[in-house]
Ligand binder design. Structure first.
Ligand code: GLU
Length: 292
């Protein structure tokens, strides 16, 4: 099944990101499928110049390759616009603080982090008041608390209730959940392999894909790499990128492969050799702790 890696060019890839990329590559290449590269660069406030090139160079240095040109979300606004026009959306004027407050009220929200629905049924007077206050709205999908079940290739059966999530932010940027669904379908992706931190976004994305009439994806959420303190791996943990390691990239490849049991520690391997013996059923499901 055709796959992809879709980093956000907001910082250098750390060992956990490189391992996710390797696993996504292995899922695709071990099945003789295409592997595509997409830069998720919609968040212009967080994108850092030059990081895309560093990320691509690091992926190539550990021996990964991809098919066709790198796709950039910042160049695909018309596709997202077109999808947005097909969806039932409403303007939402809430600030983050207001959402937090409404969600913690006694009637609250059924799922942590879900939108409490404040702007869903605004009266004309309420709407006029918000507009008059000069607030710019985000656009939310009217999701009708749809329940979505799916089968993850590594994590098994999962389900979630879809809240009215944002499709376009109030600064005009298209939201990750919209762009990812449109791009995966438009690029012909069949299997999404990514970090387990994104598993909770999957019901939203499946729901959106169904509304847009896109084919169903297969999903595999791979284990995260944690720092020695148990928090998600980050720069502050020390030598977490290829550059800070200073080791030959082939050694780093062997290290990240060994961390999920794909080879013995210290064994010299190439991605092609790993693809030959790749068996997703033998991957761990739990996060692992980086050796730094
Ligand atoms: N751009 C997202 C990230 O870097 C990944 C999106 C995805 O794989 O669906 O976390």
């Amino acid at each position: 099944m055709d796959g992809r890696f879709a980093p956000s060019p907001t910082g250098e890839l750390h060992l956990g990101n490189l391992r996710t990329a390797l696993l996504a590559w292995l899922f695709a290449r071990s099945a003789g499928s295409r592997f595509l590269m997409r830069m998720e660069d919609l968040d212009t406030q967080r994108v850092r110049p030059g990081i895309e090139q560093t990320q691509l160079a690091d992926l190539a240095a550990i021996g990964l390759d991809w098919d066709g040109p790198v796709v950039r979300q910042s160049e695909r606004a018309s596709l997202y616009e077109e999808a947005l026009e097909k969806l039932d959306v409403y303007p939402c004027y809430c600030t983050r603080a207001e959402i937090r407050e409404a969600a913690s009220a006694p009637q609250g929200v059924p799922v942590e982090g879900a939108y409490p629905g404040t702007c869903r049924e605004l009266t004309t007077a309420e709407w006029t008041e918000r507009e008059a206050a000069g607030r710019t709205p985000a656009l939310r999908l009217r999701a009708g608390a749809a329940e979505v079940e799916f089968e993850d290739r590594l994590l098994g059966s999962r389900s979630g209730v879809v809240d009215d999530f944002v499709l376009r932010r109030n600064d005009g940027a298209f939201a990750y959940n919209l762009a990812v669904v449109v791009d995966d379908a438009e690029q012909g992706i069949e299997e999404v392999v990514r970090g387990a931190d994104l598993v909770d976004s999957t019901p939203r994305q499946i729901h959106l894909a169904r509304l847009l009439g896109f084919p169903e994806m297969s999903y595999a959420h791979v284990p995260l790499m944690l720092g020695p303190d148990g928090a998600r791996l980050a720069k502050r943990h020390g030598a977490v990128t290829l550059a800070d390691r200073g080791d030959p990239p082939a050694e780093v490849l062997s290290e990240i492969a060994a961390s999920v049991g794909l080879c013995e520690p210290g064994e010299p391997v190439t991605p092609a050799e790993l693809a030959e013996r790749f068996d997703p059923a033998r991957l761990p499901v739990e996060a692992t702790v980086a050796t730094l």
